[in-house]
Design a protein around this ligand. Structure first.
Ligand SMILES: [Zn+2]
Length: 456
């Protein structure tokens, strides 16, 4: 394939994934894979400047049209993305550039929250508009009614001034995410792939009540515009926001030089699995607003900040077996058993396969090489199958059509992903009924514990 063909192919693939991410809220690849595709395209275009066209995804900022039913809103200030960097060398080089361009620049290193960007406008202290990023430059979507359902959104400032516009990231804690998916699973509904998709899908719901139920959170990370009050630095503005009850990014660090900046990035990297929410990088930005203005922006990104992207915490392993258990309701639960791997400091060898839909979607078979990840979560999850490593003759796993405990036929519940044992006298269900019954405090019978029931 020559450069022209590869550029064409990459652009088509990237456009497809941009649509999955921004407009469908259902990405099929990881951010890291997306970044790598984009980097490859940028490199090809840099080597072949004659092939750069204005409609290339490298020349645009973000998503496309607004979702049906949400009102478009014209941005007062653009919501730009950040330039991504992937190595220590690039971080150091950014710091050096800043030191050459500015007098004694001060840097702030902070978490890059993995969520959906949203700006809030305050008119004389009153929240008048919440908007998504949309295309980043011209139009976003009006999500004011939904934003008001998020506890972290402050609707009235205590010390108001003429106009205040701030930008933050709507996200979901792992705890809220697990609760939502647990509920989805109980109702036999589709599971969300990760907290970000769930947060993004929820914020862009048409029903604010659903937003409330999903329990979204918000961290503010930038001042967009202030009129009627002067702020000199980013951290000074953070102090004002905190005094107004606005939640700003946790644990940000002010740094003076490249060593401190890199150390702060490493410190975040070490703790990123324990925060209770997902981050997808660390942002390095200039603290002083006057210095930021001096540098300005390109059409796409500000020149005064970069986003460092950590490599994902995931590993390949081999699927050895699928263990089946039968729940109290007769639901058959498939669990993947794989060669033990170490992730985020712990050894893991099992992960849920949820249901047949999940297995089919990922096309998982015994013997396959699977990618397992822990994204700031305690529970390991299966991300994908490495198709190129599939042994010949491997078949997609099928939950058997007979119950693994009693041998009765299984059946798929209507409008649900659940496959259940049809026998009312299934020992697995009975046993669980009994354990449930005996376990209840009021009914406790001394010496009649779970172990005894299983012996029966
Ligand atoms: Zn059964």
């Amino acid at each position: 394939m020559n450069a022209k063909e590869e550029i064409k192919k990459l652009r088509e693939e990237i456009e497809y994934h941009i649509d999955r991410y921004y407009n469908q809220d259902e990405p099929e690849i990881t951010d890291y894979e997306y970044d790598m595709m984009m980097n490859r395209l940028k490199k090809l275009e840099a080597d072949n400047p004659g092939l750069v066209t204005p409609d290339s995804p490298t020349q645009r900022v973000g998503g496309k049209a607004s979702k049906k039913g949400l009102k478009p809103v014209k941005h007062n200030m653009p919501m730009l993305s950040l330039r991504d960097v992937f190595s220590k060398e690039e971080v150091i080089s950014f710091v050096k550039d800043m030191e050459n361009a500015l007098e004694n620049p001060e840097f702030v290193v902070e978490y890059k929250i993995d969520g959906l960007s949203m700006s809030l406008r305050y008119d004389n202290g009153k929240l008048i508009m919440a908007e998504t990023r949309g295309d980043g430059i011209e139009f976003g979507e009006d999500v004011t009614a939904n934003a008001l359902m998020i506890d972290d959104v402050v609707s009235q400032l205590k010390d108001p001034f003429e106009y205040f516009e701030i930008r933050g990231e709507v996200y979901m804690t792992n705890e809220s995410f697990d609760a939502v998916n647990k509920k989805q699973e109980l109702m036999g509904k589709k599971l969300f792939a990760n907290p970000r998709n769930c947060a993004a899908g929820s914020l862009r719901q048409l029903d604010p009540q659903i937003v409330k139920e999903r329990n979204l959170s918000l961290f503010i990370f930038n001042l967009q515009e202030a009129r009627g009050r002067e702020f000199t630095t980013h951290t000074e503005c953070y102090d004002y926001m905190k005094s107004q009850g606005i939640k700003v990014i946790d644990n940000y660090k002010v740094c003076k030089n490249a060593d401190e900046v890199w150390q702060a990035i490493c410190d975040i990297g070490e703790k990123r699995g324990e925060l209770g929410y997902d981050i997808d990088g660390a942002v390095v930005k200039i603290n002083n607003y006057a210095q930021r203005s001096m540098l300005g922006s390109t059409a796409k990104v500000p020149k005064w900040a970069v986003a460092y992207k950590y490599p994902p915490e995931e590993k390949e392993t081999t699927l050895l077996d699928v263990e089946l258990s039968v729940g109290r309701t007769g639901r058959i639960n498939p669990t993947a058993v794989f060669t033990p791997i170490r992730l985020c400091g712990t050894t893991v060898s099992r992960a849920t396969m949820h249901n047949q839909d999940f297995i089919d979607e990922l096309d998982i078979g015994i013997g396959d090489t699977i990618v397992v990840y822990k994204s700031g979560e305690i529970i390991p999850k299966i991300k994908e199958v490495v198709k190129s490593k599939r042994p010949s003759g491997t078949k997609t796993y099928r939950i058997p059509d007979t119950c693994p405990v009693c041998g009765a036929p299984t059946h798929r519940e209507k409008d649900s992903s659940n496959i259940v044992c049809t026998s009312l006298s299934c020992p697995a269900q009975l046993e669980n009924h009994l354990i449930n019954f005996v376990g209840r405090d009021a009914m406790d019978i001394k010496g009649f514990g779970a172990a005894y029931i299983i012996d029966l």
